[in-house]
Structure formats: C-alpha cells, structure tokens
Write a protein that binds this ligand. Structure first.
Ligand SMILES: Nc1nc2c(c(=O)[nH]1)N[C@@H](CN(C=O)c1ccc(C(=O)N[C@@H](CCC(=O)O)C(=O)O)cc1)CN2
Length: 289
C-alpha cells in the first residue's frame, strides 16, 4: 500500500480558515495584526515566498507591509529598514527573507530585530526561549512539521527522528523543538560530517530531509512504515527537486511531498505566529480592574 500523504496544502488551508476568525476578533477590538516583510535582492524563489506570504495575509485579514532593497544593499541599508519596521505600530510582526546577499551579515540583522516583533522565531532571544522551553514565537518550518505530523496522527512521543541538515531555519531548531517534554522524541541531527548517514536513516521512525541534495533519501534507506518529510529545495530545470526519491512512497507509511507538504505549513505557521503575538499584545493592553 502506498504511503499516506501528509497534505500540507490542505492542512495549511484549514489553519488559515481557523485563523480568520481570530484575526477578525483582533481587528474588531482595534488590534489588527500586520505582517512586515523585507526582501533583499531579486532571487525569484525568495520573491515567490514573500508574495505567497502576503497573499495568505490578505486571505485571513492580516495587513501587509512590504519592503524591498536591491541586491547591492549593504548592512546599513538593511538595518535602516529593520529600525523602521521595529518602530512602525502597524507592523505587529515581521520577517527578513533569508538568505540575504553575501555582503549582509545575517546574524547582525536578526539581532537588530525587535524580539517582540520577530514573526520567524529566529531572533537570538527567541531561539534562547526555545532552548529554555519558555513561551515565544517558534521557527515556522519546525513548528509546521510538528503540526503536520500531529494533524495526521503520526506519533511523535518516543519516536526516533532523524533530521538531515543543521541550518538555522529547519534542522537546528527542529531538534530543539522535538526534544521538548511536550514532543518527547529522540532526535539525531545528521549533517555533512555524519559518517554513516544510511544507518541512521534506516533506524528512523520519522525522517526530515532538509539537506538540499536532490534524491538523497532513497527507498532502500527508509524503514518500512516510517514517516518521511521532504524539506529540501533545489531547483533543477526551473522545477523544485526535493531530497526524497519519488519511489520512497512505496515503503514509507507517510510522506510529506515537496512541493505541497512542509512549504505551505511554513507559511501557515508564520500567520499563526503573527496572530499569537497580536493576541498577547491585545491581552497586555487590557487595563486591569
Ligand atoms: N525569513 C525566513 N526565510 C526563509 C524561511 C523562513 O522560514 N524564514 N524558510 C525558507 C523559505 N520559506 C519561507 O520563507 C518557504 C519555503 C517554501 C514555501 C512554499 O510554500 N513552498 C511551496 C512551493 C513553492 C514553489 O513552487 O516554488 C510548496 O512547498 O508547496 C514557502 C515558504 C527559506 N527562507
């Protein structure tokens, strides 16, 4: 029997519907959420992601604030927009689309963001909160993966999870998230220095492939019945090529395809972060009796 699809597109659509009512309630109470984005450069993939984020916002009623800089922008140009978004009351949360051009220090930019407006959960303070296990915005792709598994009843607690890739948007925070008490998985974080990737993959109940190496996870490396989530993005002849070979569906129990799996969940969790932050702000602004 072929694997069950972890349908990120349909799941994200359901989440957007759920968020619409919460945005309407916030707006009626004078706390309309607004998502800001900063896109630096002209990478077509990044532009597509940013445009998709704003079209999602329009669908649920979140206001959009779009800022752009040319590929030649330097750190000072980027920091000037970050300061502007930090100060803009209509912008309740924002993201800086990654990756940034080589000449711009990504970490200096993330650090300059107001952690209370960090809709990506990538500010060092918010990553620190994740390490400590205290409340804060969670990185969108990792929390999207957990939500996708939960909504398809894939058991996480006690599972052996192998994550391939240690980047800051997926692998590293996903390891932290899945090992919290509330998720309770055992995580092996594999990367280019891993000596025997095949043996780790073959033992996994859940595989998250985020290496950006087309076809890295082949069917002979997957335990029968395992859940396999493809997060790798490479472009081959203008089309997305994921990290997971097509015939893995013949052995896996669940597969999150790419496209149509984790990507739409990343966007849905961004909206959720914006709504959660606006709800927290609204609760704080209610005068106590
Ligand atoms: N500031 C951030 N930058 C980046 C992040 C991030 O979470 N924050 N993650 C990725 C890109 N990303 C979000 O920005 C993202 C990736 C994929 C998708 C998506 O919906 N993909 C679709 C297909 C898209 C296509 O056809 O090209 C899918 O998988 O079905 C949305 C957002 C790096 N940068």
């Amino acid at each position: 029997m072929p694997a069950t699809t972890l349908d990120g597109k349909a799941t994200a659509a359901a989440i957007r519907t759920e968020l619409t009512d919460r945005v309407a309630a916030l707006t009626a109470a004078g706390h309309r959420p607004g998502l800001g984005t900063l896109l630096v450069g002209d990478d077509p993939g990044s532009r597509w992601y940013v445009n998709a984020k704003h079209s999602d916002c329009a669908q649920v009623g979140i206001a959009s604030i779009q800022r752009e800089l040319p590929a030649t922008a330097g750190l000072a140009d980027v920091l000037a927009v970050v300061e502007e978004l930090n100060a803009d009351p209509a912008c309740t949360g924002y993201i800086v689309q990654l990756p940034l051009p080589r000449q711009v220090d990504e970490y200096a930019v993330l650090e300059a963001m107001d952690p209370g407006k960090d809709a990506d959960g990538l500010h060092p303070t918010n990553l620190g909160r994740l390490v400590l296990g205290v409340e804060g915005p969670l990185p969108c792709t990792p929390v999207g993966i957990v939500e996708l598994l939960r909504r398809h009843d894939v058991p996480i607690a006690g599972a052996e999870v192998v994550v391939v890739g240690r980047g800051i948007t997926v692998g590293r925070p996903l390891g932290l998230l899945l090992t919290r008490r509330s998720e309770n998985a055992t995580v092996t974080l594999c990367h280019t220095g891993t000596r025997d990737l095949a043996s780790h993959l073959r033992a996994a109940d859940i595989v998250v492939a985020a290496a950006g190496v087309p076809g890295l996870v082949t069917r002979d490396l997957v335990k029968p019945g395992a859940a396999v989530l493809d997060v790798g993005v490479s472009r081959v002849d203008g089309k997305i090529a994921g990290d997971v070979a097509k015939d893995v569906v013949e052995v896996a129990g669940h597969v999150a395809p790419n496209p149509g799996g984790v990507g739409p969940m990343t966007r849905a969790m961004l909206l959720q972060n914006v709504v959660l932050a606006a709800e927290r702000d609204a609760a704080r602004s209610v005068p106590s009796a």
